[in-house]
Design a protein around this ligand. Structure first.
Ligand code: GDP
Length: 312
C-alpha cells in the first residue's frame, strides 16, 4: 500500500534537494509531479485538484526560512496537506454516556464488514468492554453463520436470528441468543434489547451488503439506522476498489449516512487512492484500518502517521 506513491513523492523531493531557493518553474514541476503521482495512485480528481492547489499556494508564498531548506519546506507543506486530506486528527469511537453503545456497520458485500465486526469486538473486549455482535445481515444464508464463527474466534458474544426450522435453541458455543429469522430491523432491535438485558456495554450490528449499490439495500440499512439510532455508523470500504470507492461512499453517505469510515484490506496492493479520497469527499473521518484476515489485524487510523508513512 502506498509504496508506489511514496516512491514517486520521494523522487520528486529528491529533485529539490540542494536548491537554494525555489523558482516558479521548480514549484510548477513539483506540483505536476505530485499531481501525476496522486492520479496514478487512484486519488479522486477533485481531491487531487484541491490538494495541489493548496500546496501550490503555500509553496509559492513560502519564504526560505532559516531552519528548513526549500525541499524540506515543500515536504512539510505536502505533509500538512496530506494530514488534512486524511481527516486531520485521529477520531476515537464515541461511546454512549449510558450503555450500551450501539455501532452499526454498513458497506457492500465482501467489503470486510463481518471480519471487522470480529476485530472490533476483540479490540473492545481487550479494552475491558463486554461487546456483543448482532447478525442483522439476513441477505445471505451464510452471513449469520459467518458472524458466529467470527465472534467465536474473537471470543465475544453473538446474537443471531434462528435459522430455518432449527427452532428456539441457542446459536452454539459463542451464541447467546436467537430469535426467529425475520426482518433485519426486528433482529437489530431484539439484539439491542438482548444486549441490554445481559449488560453488554457495546453492541456491534452487522448489516447486509450487496455486490453493488442498490436501492433496497440502502433502504434496509437506512431503516435499521432509524430503528436503532446507533451512536456510530461505520462504513466499511475495501481499499482495493480504487476509484469506485468515492462513488460508493457517497452513495452510502446519501442513502444511509455514516459517522466514520473503516478502510479494509489495506494489507493488499491497493494504490492508496481510496484512503486519500474518501475522508475528504464524504467529510467523514477514517477511523480504522483493517490490515488482514486475522482478528488482530486492525489499526486505529492516525492521519498524521499515515501521512508520514507515505512521505517516508
Ligand atoms: P462482508 O461481506 O462485508 O461481511 O465481508 P467479509 O468480512 O466477509 O470479508 C470478505 C472477504 O475479505 C473475506 O474473505 C475476508 O477474509 C476478507 N477480508 C476482510 N477484511 C480483510 C482485510 O483487512 N485484509 C484482507 N487481506 N482480507 C480481508
Amino acid at each position: 500500500m502506498f509504496t508506489s506513491l511514496s516512491d514517486r513523492l520521494t523522487g520528486t523531493f529528491a529533485n529539490l534537494r540542494g536548491k537554494g531557493r525555489l523558482s516558479e518553474s521548480d514549484v510548477n514541476k513539483t506540483i505536476r509531479d505530485i499531481r501525476m503521482a496522486l492520479i496514478d495512485a487512484d486519488v479522486a480528481l477533485p481531491v487531487v485538484k484541491e490538494f495541489t492547489s493548496a500546496v501550490r499556494e503555500r509553496a509559492t508564498g513560502a519564504e526560505v526560512s532559516g531552519a528548513l531548506n526549500p525541499a524540506q519546506q515543500v515536504i512539510k507543506i505536502v505533509n500538512e496537506e496530506l494530514v488534512g486530506i486524511l481527516g486531520g486528527n485521529t477520531r476515537e469511537l464515541t461511546l454512549a454516556k449510558r450503555p450500551p453503545t450501539v455501532i452499526m456497520l454498513a458497506g457492500l458485500q465482501g467489503s470486510g464488514k463481518t471480519t471487522f465486526a470480529g476485530k472490533l469486538g476483540a479490540r473492545l473486549k481487550e479494552q475491558g468492554h463486554t461487546p456483543i455482535l448482532v447478525a442483522a445481515d439476513l441477505q445471505r444464508p451464510n452471513a449469520v453463520t459467518q458472524l458466529e464463527v467470527v465472534a467465536e474466534r474473537a471470543g465475544v458474544s453473538v446474537f443471531a436470528p434462528e435459522r430455518g426450522n432449527i427452532g428456539g435453541h441457542d446459536a452454539g458455543a459463542a451464541g447467546e441468543g436467537t430469535r426467529s429469522f425475520g426482518d433485519p430491523v426486528s433482529v437489530a432491535r431484539e439484539g439491542i434489547a438482548h444486549a441490554q438485558s445481559r449488560q453488554h456495554d457495546v453492541v456491534i450490528v452487522d448489516t447486509a451488503g450487496r455486490l453493488a449499490v442498490d436501492a433496497d439495500l440502502m433502504q434496509q440499512a437506512a431503516d435499521i439506522r432509524t430503528a436503532i439510532s446507533p451512536d456510530e455508523v461505520l462504513f466499511v470500504i475495501d481499499a482495493m476498489i480504487g476509484q469506485a470507492a468515492v462513488e460508493t461512499a457517497q452513495a452510502f453517505q446519501q442513502g444511509v449516512g455514516f459517522t466514520g469510515v473503516v478502510l479494509s484490506k489495506l494489507d493488499g496492493d491497493a494504490r492508496g487512492g481510496a484512503a486519500l479520497s474518501v475522508a475528504r469527499t464524504t467529510g467523514r473521518p477514517i477511523m480504522f484500518a483493517s490490515t488482514g484476515e486475522g482478528v488482530r489485524d486492525l489499526e486505529v487510523f492516525h492521519p498524521d502517521r499515515m501521512a508520514s508513512r507515505i512521505l517516508d
